[in-house]
Design a protein around this ligand. Structure first.
Ligand code: CS2
Ligand code: MG
Length: 414
């Protein structure tokens, strides 16, 4: 029998493990692994607003343990890092594990001469349907923006609107195609929130969009964890007639039972999971069919290996995927997500926020958008690289996510 890590096992050895931090407009952390055969693979390790914690976790605790390991032992390495750390789960640990896992899949694809989706079972659909973000300060502006996305070919659009009386609202920005909530500076900026004003205003947005564009486009909305379960239930019930494709993160999911209350009251489909790190965060949500879409991502939920496990569980319960794809996930994560999206049976929808030109230059990639779909590259591996020289020209720059307060000053979920 071959022992893990002995010279008689088949794969090539990892000889270099490096963390690259770069800020081409926003911060990204990337892990690059190289084998003794000279093959390199990369993985995204970006955790928005907490980037350096993951960089240190990798650099100080993971990279030294990777040197000499067999790069083909992806599952074994996953458990080596997960069980071997003793301290399980959590965003920092699981993002670090994700980076290693993603880089190993990239290497495997390059060694095999196949795009990663082929290693995951092959193409289960022709392309990956994506949604874009239409937003505006008021309802007419959002309605116009939906038109822009439809013109671009999108089949699904998320809509977010400013709320009268609130100066800044999540999801609304001047820079329409490249929304970025993290704000440069040492300490977080602060926003204000009123659930009453929001609940009063937002149904009219869906009404206006449906009036103008009909029911052919998939319509989505992100509540961003701001409601209590009964408030979320009321919103879901109120907007049923507009047939949302999903209502996202209606309430914080630390308590998975909370979603039972929402379910009892509304048939509006529920999506959740961008902040999840493991299968344990959504086990009850899935097995009790309390949600319809699971939005965990490659980078924050333990890589391709673990996210595939989550989606496999979800498939048994007719829960579909809806992976997070905001701009704080690097093109490396996006590429990995597309390979998985293409191969799983229960794909639902993929979020796609475009990266800026500077980011695309640092991470040259072969995936591309056409007629509402994204298509992964057909080249071996993930089909995305990092231009290290260019990356070095953009040093890290602190940019935390905002903190949110109610009108009386109480801290609220952002
Ligand atoms: C989000 C993100 O894309 C989404 O659905 O909720 O914009 C989220 O706010 C960021 O990823 C936080 O870094
Ligand atoms: Mg969201």
């Amino acid at each position: 029998m071959t022992e893990p890590g002995t010279p008689s096992s088949r794969g090539s050895r990892i000889v270099d493990a490096r963390v690259i931090v770069t800020c081409p407009g926003r911060n990204f952390v990337t892990l690059k692994l190289t084998t003794d055969d000279g093959v390199s693979g990369i993985g995204d390790a970006t955790l928005n607003g907490r980037e350096l914690a993951v960089a240190s976790y990798l650099q100080d605790h993971v990279c030294p343990a990777l040197i000499g390991r067999d790069s083909s032992r992806i599952e074994d390495t996953w458990h080596y890092l997960y069980k071997g750390a003793y301290w399980r789960r959590g965003p920092v640990t699981m993002t670090a594990i994700a980076a290693v896992d993603t880089a190993l899949w990239d290497i495997l694809g390059k060694v095999a001469g196949l795009p990663v989706y082929q290693l995951l079972g092959g193409r289960a659909r022709e392309g990956v349907t994506v949604y874009g973000h239409a937003n505006g300060r008021d309802i007419p502006e959002v309605v116009d923006q939906v038109g822009v996305y439809l013109e671009l070919g999108y089949k699904a659009v998320r809509v977010q609107v400013g709320v009268p009386g609130l100066p800044v609202v999540y999801g609304v920005s001047d820079d329409k195609l490249f929304y970025e909530p993290a704000v440069a500076g040492a300490a977080p900026t602060e926003a204000t929130w009123s659930t009453e004003r929001y609940l009063h205003h937002v149904p009219a947005l869906f009404e206006a969009v449906r009036d103008k564009y009909g029911f052919d486009v998939r319509l989505l909305h992100d509540v961003h964890h701001r409601l209590t379960p009964i408030e979320a239930a009321r919103l879901g019930k109120r907007v049923e007639e507009y047939q949302l494709y999903w209502l996202e993160d209606p309430t914080p999911a630390e308590s998975q039972e909370a979603f039972r209350l929402i379910r009892q009251h509304t048939t509006t489909p529920i999506a959740v999971g961008e902040v999840f790190n493991s299968i344990w965060d959504c086990q009850q949500l899935i097995t009790e069919q309390l949600v319809d879409f699971i939005r965990a991502t490659v980078v924050h939920a333990g890589g391709i290996t673990h996210l595939r496990r989550i989606f496999n569980l979800a498939e048994l319960y007719q829960v579909r995927s809806g992976s997070h794809g905001a701009t704080d996930l690097s093109p490396v994560c996006m590429a990995a997500a597309l390979h998985l999206d293409l191969a799983i049976p229960n794909f639902g929808l993929q979020e796609y926020m475009r990266h800026s030109a500077a980011t695309d230059e640092v991470f040259p990639h072969g995936y591309h958008f056409a007629d509402g779909y994204l298509h992964p590259a057909e080249t071996p591996g993930l089909g995305v690289e990092i231009d290290e020289e260019l990356a070095a020209r953009y040093p890290y720059s602190a940019a935390p996510l905002p903190v949110n307060r109610l009108l009386d000053g109480s801290v609220h979920s952002w």
